[in-house]
Every structure is written in structure tokens, then in C-alpha cells.
Design a protein around this ligand. Structure first.
Ligand code: HEM
Length: 219
């Protein structure tokens, strides 16, 4: 009789997680800006979709970083979720790349007046927010590179980039991106379309939850 082997659980929930996250993120952007807000539907394919894509990518990255630490502190994380981490991390990174390209194409005072002064230069908050975004993006890229085979032999580099210190520090760039972009609007709920909080605030709160989970559970 053949020996009974322990079957490794390789079931992954990645497809489901990506679909559900995309649906809710894009639906939130549509509801807040088109249905309850004043943005015309012609702006859906680029301006509003960019917001939905940024939120989807961002949530997938938070899940990628936080599911392991959440399991460590005793959270109810099924193995199909743990198995999905690589796919959702890669998808999150690619969606953020799309967000970066779309933002570059639209980045001018007529579209993002909140980041610019009348003379066309960046405000201090706009500059800080964009600096945070660029640094967050490059750090994510470096993290992704660490999984490439040609770098895997450089164990010191891998150890540094996947270390608790690097990860917790790198995550703060995203915090800067979101905070300086939106805090003025966060403090004025009367300006929230339909009473729904801005996407930057929703992202900020999700970030804080993920960050605390990482502080407690990342070794
Ligand atoms: C070169 C890097 C980046 C640039 C130039 C950039 C640019 C922008 C801009 C212009 C906005 C405002 C969008 C709007 O109000 O419609 C924005 C929002 C946002 N970005 Fe980035 N970003 C960058 C990197 C990142 C990274 C790395 C992440 C996530 C890890 C990210 C996540 C977000 C999120 C969640 C929002 C909120 C969307 C909203 O409130 O509408 N961004 N970004």
C-alpha cells in the first residue's frame, strides 16, 4: 500500500480577493464622485477610475503585508488567504503602477488644483504628498525586485529589504502620500459628497489598521 502523504494545502483565494476588492473600490469611487458628487460621467474612464485603481492596489498591498502578521497574532486567517499573498502583492503592485502612470498623465493644475498655487508651482503639501508617493513606489519596486532570482543570492540585501525595520519604515512613505494629499478635506465633513469620507481618508484608516497589525505581528 502507498504511504499516506500529507497533502499540502495550495488552495488560493487570490482571484476572489482581487475581484471583490476591485468591485468595492471602483463602486465606492463611482458612488462618491458620480452618483453623490458633482463629477461628470465623462471623467469615469481616467480621473475616477484612477481613484478606484489606486484604492484597489493599495488594499491588496495592505492585505499582502498584513495577512501573515495577523495570523501570527492569532487572527482567523484561512490558509487559502495566506497562499494568495504573492498573487495579490504582485497584482497590487501592478495596479499601483497603473495609478502612477495615469496620475502622471493628468498631473496639472486644471485637474489637481489642490496641489498647485496660482503661479503653477506645487504647494508645500502637494510637494510632500508627491514625494511620499514617489518614494513609496520606488520602495515597493525594490521589495518586488528582492524576489527576482538574480538577487536572491545576495542574502544581506534580501534580509534588509524584507526586514521588519525596512518594511515598517517604507510603509510610512505611503502615509505621507495620503496625509498631505487629503488631511485638509478630512477635517471638513460638510464637504464630503453624500457624507462619504474621501478615498484618501478611507485609505489612511486602512493603513493605520494594517500598520498596527504589522507592529504587533511582524517578526
Ligand atoms: C510616483 C508615485 C505616485 C504618484 C505620482 C501618485 C499620484 C497621486 C495623485 C495625483 C493622487 C490624487 C488622485 C486624485 O485625487 O484623484 C493620488 C492618490 C492616491 N494614491 Fe498615489 N501616487 C503615487 C504613488 C502611490 C503609491 C505607491 C500608492 C500606494 C501604495 C498610492 C496610493 C494612492 C491612493 C490610495 C490615493 C487616494 C486616491 C484618492 O483619494 O482619490 N499612490 N496619487
Amino acid at each position: 500500500m502507498a504511504p499516506i502523504e500529507k497533502i499540502k494545502d495550495t488552495n488560493s483565494a487570490a482571484g476572489r480577493i482581487i475581484l471583490v476588492t476591485s468591485f468595492f473600490s471602483i463602486a465606492y469611487a463611482v458612488l462618491r464622485y458620480h452618483v453623490l458628487g458633482p463629477i461628470p460621467w465623462k471623467d469615469f474612464p481616467f480621473f475616477i477610475l484612477n481613484k478606484g485603481i489606486a484604492l484597489t492596489g493599495f488594499i491588496l498591498l495592505i492585505l499582502n503585508f498584513s495577512l501573515g502578521p495577523l495570523k501570527t497574532i492569532g487572527g482567523p486567517v484561512p490558509s487559502s488567504y495566506l497562499n494568495s499573498r504573492k498573487s495579490i502583492g504582485m497584482t497590487g503592485f501592478l495596479l499601483v503602477l497603473i495609478h502612477v502612470l495615469m496620475s502622471f498623465l493628468m498631473f496639472r493644475p486644471t485637474v489637481y488644483s489642490q496641489f498647485f498655487l496660482i503661479d503653477g508651482t506645487l504647494t508645500l503639501n502637494g510637494g510632500l504628498s508627491m514625494l511620499g508617493g514617489v518614494l513609496a513606489f520606488v520602495t515597493l519596486w525594490a521589495y518586488n525586485l528582492s524576489f527576482q532570482t538574480f538577487l536572491r543570492e545576495d542574502t544581506k540585501f534580501i534580509q534588509f529589504i524584507t526586514s521588519r525595520r525596512f518594511m515598517l519604515g517604507a510603509m510610512l512613505f505611503t502615509l505621507i502620500h495620503l496625509f498631505f494629499m487629503g488631511y485638509k478635506g478630512w477635517l471638513d465633513p460638510s464637504s464630503w459628497h453624500g457624507g462619504l469620507p474621501p478615498i484618501s481618508l478611507v485609505s489612511f484608516i486602512l493603513f493605520l489598521i494594517g500598520y498596527v497589525i504589522n507592529l504587533l505581528g511582524r517578526k
